[in-house]
Design a protein around this ligand. Structure first.
Ligand SMILES: C[S@@+](CC[C@H](N)C(=O)[O-])C[C@H]1O[C@@H](n2cnc3c(N)ncnc32)[C@H](O)[C@@H]1O
Length: 259
């Protein structure tokens, strides 16, 4: 496994993920509780299987500990993966999780909020002599960007894909109303309570709800409706764009770059 650290600019606009506490809380207390996480993963894998035969290179953007990209590497044993994140503790968690994948894995520290983030990947692609990514996945990450940057980033991902390549975003999206938001929050608290009970942690529901509503990364969320994001993907040129799974504010949406 290789790790490349690119100097992050001082202006990283969302620093909550840089801390070890949030990383630990997310990986050990939240990720396993995400409602329908297995179905999201299954949907992602099916979309990928239907669109790709041979896969050489995968990008997991905002990879956290690499859970999504790992699923893709397992699906395509000849594939190599770039796991990109701006958080040092998250990349350390990814390094641990992906230790068994050897040279198939490269960890890259980039802030994709900056337009220059791609330069680092282009260098890597040249070294590997590949022209683009077959697959780009992202999980619960891009919603920290403002709308204008989200749209720009999707266009950048389109450019990074090979013709025929697929982008799958497993994402936290906006409810259309406060009513929808409340339904989502209740469902999320229920899932967290069930997860914590299963793991022998008897925290009262009120405490779990309080921590969830006041979590540090919530303030950094800039949620956007999935319909809007799918429209952007279509405008950029992606085909087969749809929201393939949605449970309140949790969506799996995707698009394919035409051949
Ligand atoms: C909620 S975690 C999700 C991690 C993983 N993708 C998953 O599905 O569990 C969000 C991740 O996005 C990363 N992230 C957020 N903004 C980023 C940015 N501008 N550049 C790179 N990584 C970013 C965070 O450091 C964090 O690891």
């Amino acid at each position: 496994m290789t790790t490349t650290e690119y100097g992050l600019r001082d202006t990283v606009n969302d620093t909550v993920w840089q801390g070890g506490d949030l990383t630990d809380r997310y990986l050990n207390g939240v990720r396993g509780a995400i409602p329908l996480a297995q179905t999201q993963m299954d949907t992602m894998r099916r979309l990928i299987r239907w669109s790709q035969e041979e896969v050489a290179l995968v990008l997991d953007l905002g990879c956290g500990d690499g859970i999504l990209g790992q699923a893709v590497l397992d699906q395509y044993p000849a594939a190599r993966g770039i796991f990109a994140d701006f958080s040092t503790p998250m990349l350390a968690a990814a390094e641990k999780r992906l230790a068994g994948y050897g040279e198939r894995v490269t960890l890259v520290q980039v802030d994709y909020g900056q337009q220059t983030w791609r330069e680092n990947l282009t260098g890597f692609q040249k070294t590997c002599q590949v022209s683009g990514f077959d697959i780009i996945v992202s999980g619960f990450s891009i919603h920290h960007q403002p709308d204008g940057r989200k749209r720009e980033l999707y266009a950048e991902l389109y450019d990074l894909l090979k013709p025929g390549g697929i982008f799958v975003n497993v994402e936290h999206v906006a409810s259309r109303s406060k009513w929808g938001e409340m339904l989502f929050e209740e469902a999320f608290v229920d899932a967290m309570v069930a997860y914590h009970r299963q793991n022998g942690n008897g925290q009262p529901r009120e405490q779990i709800a309080h921590e969830l509503y006041n979590r540090p990364d919530k303030a950094a969320n800039k949620l956007t409706a999935v319909e809007t994001q799918c429209d952007w993907l279509r405008d950029i040129g992606f085909i087969h764009v749809d929201c393939y799974l949605k449970y309140f504010e949790l969506a799996v949406f995707a698009g394919v770059k035409p051949k």
